[in-house]
Design a protein around this ligand. Structure first.
Ligand SMILES: Cc1ncc(COP(=O)(O)O)c(C=O)c1O
Length: 292
């Protein structure tokens, strides 16, 4: 498997531990660079796995060129679309074979269900996935299914409002002296901005930002009052997490740092609250007066 270097820590863990037991190995490649992906393809490569915007640095991978590379080399193309949801990005239409969603996040939307979806356009492929699903018993119970369906009824309304909040917050955080870097796909200067705008309907509701160091990040996390300090994302409530000690804990520190995930990094999933209230909370947590 060729997998993006900037991906959710749990996926990294599955690729490096669980799948390794079945002889599946992963090469982690900067998928923001199509040439790097082409160069990494070996005769035994079977699949290309990407995530865009990726967790936690919101790096952007060009879905059209990844789908084309995969087709040319006979690879199965798989994308984790959790951050965007089908409301903002539809990779099957851009040529991908399989789209994955953690429905625990925006699709469910209320932080009260654990669920996941694998979507395939091709009937034969979806039949194969269905066979595996029924064989291993990865079947969602009726109550959980109901929660996901209920959440999806408001997906568009939630995403639009949470995204508008994220845009406001990302632009504001950039002005604070305590904040070293802000990562948000449609922010001016974001390296993948143009590619992202050509394949998605907006920047989504996740903003990452970097404070001075790990101590500053942990202090902010312990001080937030409106934002929920937790590992998840995609709920109606704003959720602040510290990737190095939470979602990306499974990644060795040296690998993490090499990928630009510094100890001062925080990831904010913007909820439905008034963006000004979220900013006020962050301002007191980060210790910034900001520049109003
Ligand atoms: C991009 C991405 N994919 C997958 C997952 C896994 O989600 P779940 O908790 O539903 O297994 C997460 C969780 O944070 C994620 O951020």
């Amino acid at each position: 498997v060729i997998a993006g270097a900037d991906i959710y820590g749990g996926t990294y863990r599955i690729l490096t531990t669980l799948l390794a037991r079945w002889g599946v190995t992963a090469d982690f490649v900067d998928t923001t660079d199509p040439d790097a992906v082409r160069a990494a393809i070996r005769p035994e490569t079977r699949a290309l796995f990407v995530e865009t915007p990726a967790n936690p640095l919101l790096q952007i991978t060009d879905l059209r060129s990844m789908a084309a590379i995969a087709k040319k080399h006979g690879l199965l193309s798989i994308v984790d679309n959790t951050f965007m949801t089908p409301w903002l990005q539809r990779p099957l239409e851009l040529g991908f074979d399989i789209v994955l969603h953690s429905a625990t996040k925006f699709l469910g939307g209320h932080s009260d269900v654990l669920a996941g979806l694998a979507v395939a356009a091709d009937k034969e492929l979806s039949d194969r996935l269905f066979d595996i699903q029924t064989a291993v018993g990865g079947v969602l119970g009726p109550w959980d299914s109901w929660l996901v369906l209920r959440g999806m009824k408001t997906l568009g309304a939630r995403m639009d409002r949470q995204q508008a909040g994220a845009e406001t917050i990302a632009a504001e955080l950039r002005k604070w002296p305590e904040v070293r870097r802000v990562f948000y796909p449609t922010l001016s200067g974001h390296p993948g901005r143009e590619v992202h705008l050509a394949q998605a309907g907006g920047g989504g509701a996740v903003v990452s930002f970097e404070l001075r160091d790990g101590a500053a990040a942990k202090r902010a996390l312990s001080r937030v009052q409106l934002c929920l300090p937790a590992v998840s994302l995609g709920g109606v409530e704003s959720i602040l997490s510290h990737p190095p000690t939470m979602s990306h804990r499974a990644m060795p520190p040296a690998v993490r740092r090499a990928r630009g995930i510094n100890d001062g990094l925080l990831r904010l999933s913007v909820g439905l609250e008034d963006p000004e209230d979220i900013l006020a909370d962050l301002r007191q947590a980060v210790g910034s007066q900001g520049r109003k």
